[in-house]
Design a protein around this ligand. Structure first.
Ligand SMILES: [Zn+2]
Length: 284
């Protein structure tokens, strides 16, 4: 699933091509990919509008239209958002085609169809629960260890579950959570309320460094992620523990294990990331 670095890569690649372009037509081949408003209102609402800016929020790509609304793209598991030259052969699973005033097309393709397209103002989409009220952007200067501690140190949930919660921090998914927890030497099952001072000091830099490394590698290419030119990102070659079950830990030489945390495959070195003991007073 594309996470913050993959979505950042797509957004940065598309921005120079799309800012200033007018959308002159919208052909919805699979209208259910539009989750808000109705497909007909969506098509009418984007047609004739100019893209004034592009940004990323969490795992969402935002196109700021001259109407004041946002055209929002979430890539789900396998979504692809491409800018293609006129006459380019159409792939299978093409769900939406936007005609642009330079003759190029914007195409949304999604084999597994977990992605979505939205149109509306920020407030409307959040109030209507079409988008979550996202937590801070981890690569912003406002994301600090002090703020993270203040919000999370009373929580009892396992830290990995909190990192995956888009309201806690925006854009972190399964890959980057595992990699950041390994770097910070925190076990994914450790409740936030039982982190040590050293853990708190290590965690935010680990998240930021992991995401920065992912962005520098143009994201990770698992689940078919490709950048604008169809090239694969290369961060999967730099994974320290994620998808390395049975391999030696790059830090201590111990064995990387795979656990399931909250239904997600989770990779850990339990020598570097000691499993939390049960709190005292609980007898089973
Ligand atoms: Zn280790």
């Amino acid at each position: 699933m594309p996470e913050l670095p993959e979505v950042e890569t797509v957004t940065a690649d598309l921005r120079p091509h799309l800012v200033g372009r007018e959308i002159t037509g919208c052909d919805l081949r699979f209208p259910a990919i539009v989750r808000h408003p109705s497909p007909a209102a969506f098509a009418a609402g984007v047609t004739g509008r100019r893209i004034e800016a592009m940004s990323r929020r969490g795992k969402y790509i935002l196109h700021h239209l001259d109407s004041g609304e946002l055209l929002v793209v979430h890539l789900g598991m396998t979504g692809q958002w491409r800018y293609v030259a006129p006459g380019t052969e159409e792939p299978t699973h093409l769900h939406a085609v936007f005609q642009l005033d330079d003759g190029f097309q914007l195409r949304y393709r999604d084999v597994r169809r977990f992605g979505r397209l939205l149109l509306g103002t920020d407030e409307e989409l959040v109030a209507g629960r079409k988008m979550p009220r996202l937590g801070p952007e981890p690569i912003d200067a406002s994301f600090t260890a002090a703020d993270f501690y203040r919000r999370l140190h009373v929580r009892r949930a396992p830290l990995k579950a909190l990192l995956l919660d888009q309201m806690v921090v925006a854009g972190v998914g399964n890959i980057y959570a595992d990699e950041a927890l390994f770097r910070a030497q925190v076990h994914p099952l450790r409740p936030a309320g039982r982190l040590t001072r050293a853990h708190w000091g290590a965690l935010v830099p680990a998240i930021v460094d992991t995401l920065a490394a992912g962005i520098a590698a143009n994201g990770a290419s698992i689940d078919d992620f490709r950048d604008l030119d169809g090239a694969r990102g290369s961060f999967q070659d730099e994974f320290l523990v994620h998808r390395h079950e049975g391999d030696p830990c790059p830090r201590c030489g111990g064995t990387v294990r795979k656990l399931v945390v909250g239904g997600r495959g989770t990779y850990v070195c339990e020598r570097c990331q000691p499993r939390p003991r049960r709190p005292r007073g609980i007898v089973r």
